[in-house]
Design a protein around this ligand. Structure first.
Ligand code: CA
Length: 224
């Protein structure tokens, strides 16, 4: 699984980023200090860095010079209105930037886009006892492949990327079927029931009253 280093000294922001990414199956480490981040980078391999500009120790721009030879993609976290910071970050070789405050889904989309562009997106992850390979679109349990239809697989991906969060039936329908919700929940319920049975998810893919469904999964299962 992809391992992301979050270098951000505002703890609530760092925690929000980590929560968002972990929920989507990423492994995260946090550093609130530029020098400490340099130490962490020397000791451990990361697939992507989310880098704040103003930091104790050394700032994000100085740290960037240390990161460049390591060939790890970087997304700068910049403050609203600081256009010069964004431009400087991109000039220094950053792959993208995100502006505080940001929407978690925008953060996820940018992280995924950068990893894909740099060909570092992990193709395999584990969720709730299964191994999912996104390249071959195959799902495995204990070395045996589970045959899923296209829609079942898309449902599984949606649950896996939003693990532990309640997902509305409407959202499932719109994301997986790609058309707007007409109020008929049977299609979604039918697919979720089949997915639950095929995957052995009777205990972890649970109904959420009046909302939809939630996949219960331990965070550390995402690490492959
Ligand atoms: Ca800061």
């Amino acid at each position: 699984m992809n391992h992301v280093l979050i270098v951000e000294d505002e703890r609530p922001i760092a925690d929000l980023i980590a929560m968002t990414l972990r929920r989507a199956g990423y492994e995260c480490s946090i550093s609130d200090d530029g020098l400490m981040a340099a130490d962490m980078l020397a000791e451990q391999k990361y697939d992507l860095i989310l880098l704040d500009v103003m930091l104790p120790g050394i700032d994000g721009f100085a740290l960037m010079e240390f990161i460049l030879p390591l060939d790890i993609p970087v997304i700068f976290i910049t403050a609203k209105g600081e256009v010069s910071d964004r431009i400087r970050g991109l000039h220094l070789g950053a792959d993208d930037y995100i502006t505080k405050p940001f929407d978690p889904s925008e953060l996820l989309a940018r992280v995924e886009a950068v990893l894909r562009r740099r060909n570092k997106l992990s193709e395999e992850f584990r969720v709730a006892g299964l191994t999912v390979n996104t390249r071959s679109r195959s799902v495995w349990r204990d070395g045996k492949e589970i045959p899923l239809t296209n829609k079942e697989y898309e449902c599984l991906l949606l649950f896996a990327r939003n693990r532990n969060a309640a997902i509305w039936r409407e959202t499932i329908y719109e994301r997986v079927w790609g058309s707007s919700w007409m109020g008929d929940s049977r299609t979604v319920d039918l697919h979720v029931q089949r997915l639950r049975r095929k995957c052995g998810w009777e205990d972890c893919l649970v109904s959420v009253r009046k909302v939809g469904y939630r996949l219960i999964s331990q965070e550390n299962e995402s690490e492959v």
